[in-house]
Design a protein around this ligand. Structure first.
Ligand code: F6P
Length: 365
């Protein structure tokens, strides 16, 4: 007999396609299989600190599997241990409101909390577990940078969007004989750039895991020009480290769980290429297009399987666990394994070898 009566649910950090599909799956499984009441917490941990929640009905979670965003809202500024409060004079103060979170959890009589998020959200979830809350994690992020799962949902959609963008850039690049530099997201991991670059046939892929040299990049675009290919596509991860200036940070915001906002590397890469080769360059920064819109079928299926398992783990009292994809199986793994370190692209990843075989340059040779 399940002891699950009231289940809390939140989505934290940056949104990604598939969040609504998980919400739907967790809520429907909890209601249908265990007769539980589902409490949706608004805007991630912000709602848990500020006491914003609502009970979800079956009708709230119907017809949403294909919708981007999250019906619960999300935030990357709600870390209960690092909660920004704006004083009367407009100054931002960082406070510890973790006690409030524990109070709300108890007051709402939750038996468990499903935290759907990336490494920031899941790190906080693990800390809440240490404070006695019953936590189940679900891994989401377009970046695919979480350990202990082969995939996070949202990634497949982001790669599909970025691949389509590269396809479109190819035609205009070739028409105008230009070097097109496209910047994709991924923070400190190059999964999106590598996958979309490979799928879109990019000529140069620059990722944080592979240190590159400017000369190698110039050589590749010049070589292509010499051989009659008068255009090139460069797919650069926002976290790629330039040999002279390193990682390019657009802004800092102390309110965010991760204060550093990356961005701007494509502009820099394009400028360097033009200066060195005199070839004409153009820049596309794909940005949040990668996070918006409908999830792919893969992400919907993964999200639904993760959601159903999360409800089961909560009902069975398997706390401190996260849902994961291992091969073709959906399995529980310890939350701690997922947050121990970021999952960057290993240098022996077969996608790198395949890309090299078809002539893609990573700027390292
Ligand atoms: O983690 C997901 C992600 O989209 C990263 O790829 C990117 O660096 C970051 O979030 C952007 O965050 P924001 O939406 O706060 O600009």
């Amino acid at each position: 007999m399940s002891k699950l009566t009231r289940l809390g649910l939140l989505t934290g950090g940056g949104d990604c396609p598939g969040l609504n599909a998980v919400i739907r799956a967790v809520a429907k499984s909890a209601m249908n299989d265990y007769g539980a009441t589902v409490i949706g917490i608004e805007d991630g941990y912000e709602g848990l600190v500020l006491g914003r929640m609502r009970e979800l009905q079956n009708t709230d979670v119907s017809g949403i599997i294909n919708l981007g965003g999250t019906l619960l809202g999300t935030s990357n500024k709600g870390d209960p241990w690092h909660f920004p409060v704006t004083g009367a004079g407009g100054q931002v103060e960082i406070r510890d409101f973790s006690d409030r979170v524990v109070d709300h959890y108890r007051h709402w009589q939750l038996d468990a909390l499903v935290a759907i998020g990336g490494d920031g959200t899941l790190n906080i979830a693990a800390k809440l577990g240490a404070r006695g809350l019953n936590i189940v994690g679900v891994p989401k992020t377009i970046d695919n940078d979480l350990m202990a799962t082969d995939r996070t949902f949202g990634h497949d959609t982001a790669v599909a969007v970025a691949t389509e963008a590269i396809d479109r850039l190819h035609t205009t690049a070739s028409a105008h004989h230009r070097v097109m530099v496209i910047e994709v997201m991924g923070r400190y991991a190059g999964w999106i750039a590598l996958s979309a670059g490979l799928a879109g046939g990019a000529d140069i892929i620059l990722i944080p895991e592979i240190p590159f040299q400017w000369e190698a990049v110039y050589r590749k675009v010049r070589e292509r020009s010499r051989h009659g290919k008068r255009f090139s596509i460069v797919c650069v991860a926002e976290g790629a480290r330039c040999p002279d200036v390193g990682e390019i940070v657009k802004s800092f915001d102390v309110k965010r769980t991760d204060a550093r906002q990356l961005g701007g590397v494509a502009d820099y890469v394009a400028r360097k290429i033009t200066e060195a080769t005199e070839l004409e360059t153009r820049v596309t920064v794909l940005g949040h297009l990668q996070r918006g819109g409908a999830p792919t079928p893969f992400d919907r299926i993964l999200a639904t399987q993760f959601g159903a398992l999360a409800a089961r783990l909560a009902a069975e009292g398997q706390f401190g666990m996260m849902t994961a994809l291992r091969g073709t199986q959906i399995v529980p793994v310890p939350l701690q394994d997922a947050i121990a370190q970021l999952k960057q692209v290993p240098l022996d990843n077969p996608m790198i070898a395949a890309a090299r075989s078809v002539g893609t340059c990573f700027g390292d040779a």
